[in-house]
Design a protein around this ligand. Sequence first.
Ligand SMILES: NC(=O)c1ccc[n+]([C@@H]2O[C@H](COP(=O)([O-])OP(=O)(O)OC[C@H]3O[C@@H](n4cnc5c(N)ncnc54)[C@H](OP(=O)(O)O)[C@@H]3O)[C@@H](O)[C@H]2O)c1
Length: 311
Amino acid sequence: MRSGRQRFSRKRSRALHDVLMDKVLITGATGLLGTTLVPYLKKCENCVVTHARRAGADFLVDLDNRDRSFEFLTQVQPSVIVNLAGLTSVELCQEEPNSAYLANTRTVENLAEWLLQSGAACHLIQISTDQVYDGVGPHAEDQVTLTNYYAFSKYAGELAADRVPSTILRTNFIGRSKLSNRESLTDWVYASLTSRKSVQVLRDVLFSPLSMNTLGEMIQLVIAKRPTGVFNLGSQDGMSKADFDFAFAERLGLATSTMSRIDSGQATFLKAYRPKDMRMDCSKFENVLGVKLPLLSDELNRVAKEYHEFT
Ligand SMILES: NC(=O)c1ccc[n+]([C@@H]2O[C@H](COP(=O)([O-])OP(=O)(O)OC[C@H]3O[C@@H](n4cnc5c(N)ncnc54)[C@H](OP(=O)(O)O)[C@@H]3O)[C@@H](O)[C@H]2O)c1
């Protein structure tokens, strides 16, 4: 039987652990990435506080509202902010540049300004995008080419984050969505092929994404090490979206007779311009963080396993 003294010291060490633990605020926690990241970061024993704009989080605040954002951040007093909030539809950003600015830039300006004004000992992890690149890849961090309003507004968000102690992660991700109303690239391929719908996939658009699970592990590493600066974070190599989609289908044993390869110029479903080669050189992240990032074929295997486990 446990003695009173043992119970007391367990309670005290738990309280000490809570005090010493990072308070990690995830802004935009209810989206595609947030719903995978939040359970993982909780499992890693962080004290996680979640935020969104409309529903489903500990705090609901529109981060483009400066006063409400300041109040909320002062109340939470995070030691790390992982900012996932944003407007991710490239099409919508192109149609409504001001919405893109408010969601992808003003929100980060408000976070950064609070950090500067409050003097809080807090590290910002800003999730950015591989859409800030174009031209022949793989791209190093200084080879930015901005070709649509989504990329412009995310890059302007990076500049705001750069004013405070921050890690800016340019990334792209794949994997099974936990949300019924938010589809990832792999969900789209999976749903289309299982329902025998015809789909066109892009042979001239190249990328180097990570699975959301690997990205979560890398974000946990960044929380622990807090490197400052801009980092590409993707798979080591990369491939065209068309090759990726066929390889994904093959791993799941899905028939591909309804899937055809086209060039992006023929894609009538795309209105806004998309960069052709978003592959990233991630050696800076690997060197500074002391990790080896996976090949995209490894990430395909990891993601295919998620779908196998689900079915
Ligand atoms: N999806 C991709 O393939 C991809 C690729 C590369 C980089 N990224 C970046 O990764 C991050 C996460 O992407 P995601 O796909 O998980 O996004 P998502 O599914 O679209 O979710 C966006 C989140 O941001 C919140 N949000 C939007 N506007 C807000 C505002 N004004 N104030 C407060 N919260 C706001 C949303 O809350 P409500 O739902 O309550 O409005 C939601 O929780 C984004 O910054 C994105 O740019 C995404």
